[in-house]
Design a protein around this ligand. Structure first.
Ligand code: FE2
Length: 361
């Protein structure tokens, strides 16, 4: 089948934060990223600071304003620290931007050339849901590090086996899921992989709907959630309230050794959602034979699900910001291409226990 909007992969995930130096410290010392690039007052940037962090094929960018009155500061004041941009690497930035806008996307930045002694990078951006952007980037003609203007840094983290972005999940307002599904189909040539309705994703109290979209080469996967009516307030409503609209709910990072990765994260103090011990008593019947020791998985709180093609292991952090908004998933795929439907109920009950503690259920 022809790909009507070629995207190579997620290039980087760009966060707007209040204090990029402290964010960089967190991602370096808890999640094992290396600080590999910097732009700020010392490199000639007048009003903001940017830290680039990398681990294997993962690139995270953290930007913060360093003066009052910066446009970025208003967004951060409203949303808290948040994912501003999920940037794509593409073959042809000009074609991507022109085509996206012709197909109905709202442009944010028309194509520009960034340039330094190491060459040129072409870049443009469009809006998606909420205050989130998708940038298109091509650095085929660039010999420098990341983007022109960045100074190369060498502050290695103690890597924990994170490999790449597996998927990024957006929460949108009630009634908006299909609007954004259509946006990804019509504008960016994505196809719907799976759909979950409130019968799949509901507990006694809350429910949500979700559709998973994937780009032409299958490397970019974006589930989109909207709240569904339930007896109490759903986790998606809680997110929309605290975030102030639609935004990125979680980013799933792929590992090839989840026991190692999660052990290291826990040793460094990161907190995860937990499920009751009974989850593990039922596990052998539900997923059959797996390579991992179930006692080890139970100790770490790692969840397992099986589909037609294999199985997957996954775990979710608690929110990593003050607001109950952004969190991370760590996922290890052993053949399975799905998203852990068999874990939804146990997970959402776990999230509801957290919501109850926050008084937001
Ligand atoms: Fe996920």
């Amino acid at each position: 089948m022809q790909d009507s909007f070629p995207i190579r992969k997620v290039d980087h995930v760009h966060h707007f934060v209040n204090n990029a130096r402290q964010s960089a410290y967190f991602y370096q010392h808890i999640l094992g990223f290396s600080i590999t690039g910097f732009s700020g007052l010392e490199t000639g940037s007048k009003d903001q600071v940017d830290y680039l962090l990398e681990q294997a094929d993962l690139k995270l960018l953290f930007s913060a304003p360093v003066r009052p009155g910066h446009a970025m500061a208003e967004k951060i004041a409203y949303h808290g620290d948040f994912v501003r941009d999920i940037a794509f690497e593409v073959d042809d930035v000009d074609w991507a931007y022109k085509t996206a806008v012709e197909r109905g996307a709202k442009g944010f930045q028309s194509p520009i050339t960034l340039e330094d002694d190491f060459g040129k990078v072409r870049r443009a951006s469009i809006h998606t849901y909420g205050d989130v952007l998708h940038s298109f980037i091509n650095r085929d003609g660039y010999k420098g590090h990341f983007l022109p203007g960045f100074r190369r840094e060498n502050e290695p983290g103690d890597a924990i086996g994170l490999v790449e972005v597996d998927h990024c999940v957006g929460n949108v307002e009630l009634g908006q899921m299909n609007v954004w599904v259509k946006f990804y189909e019509d504008v960016l040539g994505f196809k719907q992989l799976i759909s979950f309705d409130d019968k799949d994703i509901s507990t006694d109290y809350t429910a949500l709907m979700s559709k998973v979209m994937a780009n032409g080469n299958g490397r970019v996967k974006f589930p989109i959630n909207e709240p569904a009516p339930g007896k109490k307030r759903s986790q998606i409503d809680e997110y929309l309230d605290f975030f102030g609209g639609a935004g990125v709910q979680h980013v799933a990072l792929r590992t090839d050794d989840i026991v190692y990765t999660v052990s290291r994260m826990k040793a460094r103090g990161l907190e995860f959602l937990s499920v009751p011990r009974s989850y593990y008593d039922m596990l052998p019947d539900r997923v059959g034979r797996i390579d991992e020791d179930i006692d080890v998985l139970a100790e770490l709180g790692i969840l397992v699900d099986r589909d037609d093609e294999g199985y997957l292991l996954q775990i979710f952090t608690k929110p990593i910001t003050d607001r109950p908004t952004l969190f991370y998933e760590i996922i290890h795929r052993k053949g399975a291409k799905s998203f852990g439907k068999g874990n939804f109920k146990a997970l959402f009950e776990s999230i509801e226990r957290e919501q109850a503690l926050r008084g937001t259920l």
